[in-house]
Design a protein around this ligand. Structure first.
Ligand SMILES: Nc1ncnc2c1ncn2[C@@H]1O[C@H](COP(=O)(O)OP(=O)(O)OP(=O)(O)O)[C@@H](O)[C@H]1O
Length: 359
């Protein structure tokens, strides 16, 4: 079992304004293990940024406790409040790097100076700092851009400078707040690949705050879905993708699969519109051991139920297959029902989309 590196307990954050109080985060608890890439997804305004800003106390919670790497940063319950001292917080914050959507680089400084800026309070000597900056720029593959200014770089390059800067103090944790949201899909993938490498090769724990489920799918091992200041669903990437319970989670997954849209298009085809009495149009969802070939073969062998595959999609999430098939199943009366019961028994999700009368 890996150790918990971030532990948020019962966090509330309220913003009191003249006319009203905004409860941006409401009773959120979250444990992140060392080595996790933890995706936090939600639409704009869900409270994602506010929540993660409590981790380094850029945002002080209204209530709750924040423990990072075994140190209590903040704890406020009924009556009493404990806060880590300012000096110690400054020290501890070095363990937590942050990157943002708009890079937040200093435009009047070169790439190398931007990275060196993060080392201003470091105990390193000048030569060691220079070496560190070189090493970081090599890591993000920008050695040849050291003397250029941010305005001379592409968005992806700017984000890589920001990553180098965030890593300057050898943090254990990197908070990525919508870091790929302003980038095109290809550049997004390059940045995600870099984050994955930092996680796998250097053991960096990453919090990936995003509204893009595709990014979560690419590199996260855990996911939390936020809505209206609360985490409404959480789990391993595989659990969430294979078995999303909340409508919002399903919506986010749909953005990566387009399956509902595909179902709509296929439903309009004549052979689905005009199903025969012994046919059903169904969606099969499976994970792990079952493969579509084995499923289809077994229902034919056991029940003489034929499957006409209209669409298939298989993804490999953290080494596990997650597949969906859209099929027209046809077979002798009674057998269809048995075949479906057998599939369900094998852990396959079966949704009858049309032709339930055949059962
Ligand atoms: N400093 C603040 N003062 C008042 N309200 C705030 C403040 N910061 C955030 N909010 C409000 O808190 C709610 C949550 O905002 P937050 O930025 O955490 O959401 P988010 O999920 O990160 O969305 P986005 O991706 O758009 O930033 C919003 O209603 C926002 O307007």
């Amino acid at each position: 079992m890996s150790e918990t590196i971030i532990s948020l307990k019962n966090i509330d954050v309220s913003f009191v304004q003249k006319q009203r109080t905004i409860n941006a985060v409401q009773d959120v608890s979250l444990d992140v293990n060392a080595g996790d890439v933890y995706g936090i997804v939600g639409y704009s305004g869900a409270g994602k940024s506010t929540l993660v800003r409590t981790i380094n106390l850029l945002q002080e919670p209204t209530k709750g406790s924040v423990v990072v790497d075994g140190k209590t940063f903040f704890n406020k319950g009924e009556g009493s409040t404990k806060r880590i001292g300012k000096g110690q917080l400054r020290q501890e914050r070095r363990k937590i790097g942050m990157i943002f959507q708009h890079f937040n680089l200093l435009n009047e400084r070169t790439v190398a100076e931007n990275v060196a800026f993060a080392l201003e309070h470091s105990p390193l000597k000048e030569k060691e700092r220079d070496a560190k900056v070189k090493e970081l720029l090599a890591l993000v593959e920008l050695s040849d851009r050291a003397e250029q200014y941010p305005s001379q770089l592409s968005g992806g390059q700017k984000q890589r400078v920001a990553i180098a800067r965030a890593l300057a103090n050898d943090p254990k944790i990197l908070i990525s707040d919508e870091a790929t949201s302003a980038l095109d899909p290809k550049t997004t993938n390059q940045i995600l690949e870099l984050l994955k490498k930092l996680n796998q090769e250097y053991g960096l724990t990453i919090l990936l705050i995003t509204h893009e489920m595709e990014a979560v799918k690419a590199i996260a091992n855990k996911v939390a879905v936020m809505q209206d200041g609360q985490i409404i669903e959480r789990g391993s990437l595989l659990d969430i993708f294979a078995n999303p319970k909340e409508t919002l989670t399903q919506e986010f997954i749909e953005t990566t699969t387009n399956l509902n849209q595909t179902i709509k298009v296929i439903s309009e085809q004549p052979f689905v519109q005009q199903l025969l009495p012994n046919e059903i149009f169904a969606r099969l969802d499976y994970t792990g051991k079952s493969t579509n070939k084995a499923l289809i073969a077994s229902i034919y062998r056991e029940y003489q139920v034929q499957a006409n595959i209209l669409y298939g999609n298989i993804e490999v999430l953290q080494g596990n297959e997650v597949g969906s098939l859209l099929v027209v199943l046809s077979g002798p009366a009674g057998n269809l029902q048995d075949a479906i019961a057998d599939l369900v028994q094998q852990g396959v999700g079966v949704e009858i989309l049309k032709g339930a009368k055949a059962l």
